[in-house]
Design a protein around this ligand. Structure first.
Ligand code: DC
Length: 230
């Protein structure tokens, strides 16, 4: 296995530090990083902006009918060096991280047609390899033959604290209880939906980072890479 052309799939529960870890791995290897959760979030934002939630209920036929009006891409912000999510050409990186979108995204991501569209797009984005992709179904549905599959998890109280710190750090007023409820609800929907539910691929390696520093995570990854590539 050559180190220059791997597909690395990072799946797991929300607020486990997947994106921080996946970004660090991509940077270490000089790979592209693709945040597939951002893509589902962008579709949820589109639905919210276009009245596709009738009250609190997602209007699935209306969303399905508008899927061709949704174009999602990424661009690199040259000032921050970070990838940003574009929805129909407009940067929505801030808008897709709000609690309002977090509360609605699991329903949107359970829609078969949404998944079909985004999985195809993700396969296209990763076809040249040299990519680290994070999400829920990367090692099971998007790239079932990924070279390295990592399944991330962490203890619930740690996940709540991380998400709470992230939101408060962005100036978003929220309580730990609200964050806990949102995480528990998303876990439930992600694991029980009919289409590509979150589950650990049989050949994935588990990373529980509850008590790990970023340096320890990277050391763990280096050992895994060494074991996989020799
Ligand atoms: O990683 P995240 O929390 O930003 O993901 C947002 C939502 O998108 C999450 O509730 C589940 C969904 N998702 C998915 O269904 N499949 C993916 N590959 C990535 C995310």
């Amino acid at each position: 296995m050559s180190i220059v052309s791997l597909i690395i799939a990072v799946d797991g529960f929300s607020s486990c530090g997947k994106s921080t870890f996946a970004k660090a791995v991509a940077q270490r290897l000089g790979y592209s990083y693709i945040d597939t959760g951002a893509m589902y979030r962008a579709v949820a934002l589109f639905a919210l902006q276009n009245g596709i939630f009738a009250g609190n209920v997602l209007d699935v036929p209306a969303l399905t009918a508008r899927l061709n009006d949704i174009c999602i891409s990424f661009h690199r912000n040259t000032e921050t060096g970070q990838n940003e999510t574009l929805l129909n050409g407009k940067c929505v990186e801030g808008d897709i991280r709000t609690l309002k979108v977090s509360e609605r995204v699991s329903e949107v991501s359970a829609v078969k047609e949404v998944r079909r569209k985004l999985v195809l797009l993700q396969q296209e984005m990763g076809k040249n390899k040299g990519v680290v992709m994070d999400g829920r179904d990367i090692g099971t549905a998007v790239f079932p033959h990924a070279d390295i599959k990592i399944f991330m998890t962490a203890r619930m109280e740690i996940r709540i604290q991380r998400r709470y710190d992230e939101l408060v750090g962005k100036g978003i007023p929220v309580s730990r209880e609200e964050v806990g409820r949102n995480i528990a609800k998303r876990d439930h929907i992600d694991q029980t939906r009919a289409e590509d539910p979150l589950r650990q691929a049989a050949d994935a390696v588990v990373l529980d980072n509850s008590d790990m520093t970023p340096e320890q995570e990277m050391e763990w990854f280096d050992n895994l890479l060494q074991a996989k590539t020799g």
